[in-house]
Design a protein around this ligand. Structure first.
Ligand code: SAH
Length: 266
């Protein structure tokens, strides 16, 4: 059997910048667990008492209404606290269906797009008997939000980020969640991550002019790639590639708008 890499990878954290989370007031209207709604209350994001589960449930209900059907995806979206991956100044927008800046010129996709891509990934042929995907590779960790969702849908998740500062931020965001099956890597995801291959799913949050050969090579039989790609000058579409009996089958879906897939590291 192939030797699996030893993770989590140890990083030299001596220079790691502390990410300061300022305390700000949020204007969510929260209701208590019995469902009775309170007036507009201010919450402090850094306080331990923040209960955002109601706002998250509402977000999930809206996603379900808009056509997301996969219960495992919906449950993951209901569980993972999106506001914890954002700057506190943006936390009150965390459960709106909007993409938001995460620093270093990058953005976190809107929940609808995240849900759509995760749902597509799970519709590949390679779901385990457990109903989960096997090993999954994510290109573009960003703030780590989608990686946290993926960790609930797959047995093992390898997530690569090319911007050192974001990789460290994701590590910081995810630290307290102690997700044992999530492995954060710093590097150029265009070469994939051969040590974790073959993957039953590969998902990218950044779009290039084509799908790198390394991703196709590292995809398992029955596996699926879901990624944005530039199909016409300046226009990106969501691409799905399945590997069936060694053959690649490609579908071009709806137009999307992701940050560019870039080579090398920053
Ligand atoms: N899934 C992320 C979204 C991040 S945005 C989240 O939940 O926050 C897309 C990310 O892809 C950016 O952080 C960008 O730096 C990264 N990226 C672009 N090209 C890359 C490459 N070749 N390898 C790894 N990451 C890349």
């Amino acid at each position: 059997m192939k030797q699996r890499p030893g993770f989590p990878v140890k990083l030299d954290v001596s220079n790691q910048k502390k990410i300061e989370k300022k305390s700000v007031s949020l204007n969510w209207i929260e209701s208590d667990r019995t469902g009775s709604s309170s007036n507009s209350v201010s919450f402090t994001a850094t306080g331990l008492g923040l209960d955002s589960s109601v706002v998250r449930k509402n977000m999930v209900r809206r996603l379900a209404d808009s056509g997301v059907e996969d219960n495992l995806v919906l449950t993951a979206l209901e569980t993972v606290e999106r506001h914890k991956f954002l700057d506190t100044a943006l936390a009150n927008q965390a459960y709106e269906d909007t993409s938001l800046p995460i620093g270093f010129g990058q953005t976190i996709s809107k929940p609808n797009v995240v849900a759509r891509m995760l749902e597509l990934l799970r519709q590949g042929k390679n779901l385990r008997i457990t109903g989960k995907l096997g090993r999954v590779l994510e290109i573009g960790t960003g703030c780590g939000y989608q990686a946290a969702l993926l960790s609930q849908l797959a047995t093992e998740v390898y997530s690569i980020e090319r911007i050192k500062g974001l990789h460290e931020r994701a590590r910081e965001n995810l630290r307290s969640m102690r997700i044992a099956n999530l492995h954060l890597l710093f590097g150029d995801g265009m070469t994939g991550y051969p040590a974790g291959a073959p993957y039953s799913g590969i998902i990218a949050a950044a779009g290039g002019d084509n799908i790198p050969q390394s991703w196709l090579d590292q995809l398992d039989e029955g596996g699926r790639i879901v990624a944005p790609m530039v199909v016409m000058k300046g226009t990106q579409s969501l691409i799905v590639i399945d590997k069936i009996k060694g053959e690649l089958r490609k579908s071009i879906l709806e137009q999307v708008n992701f940050v560019p897939l870039k080579a090398g590291i920053d």
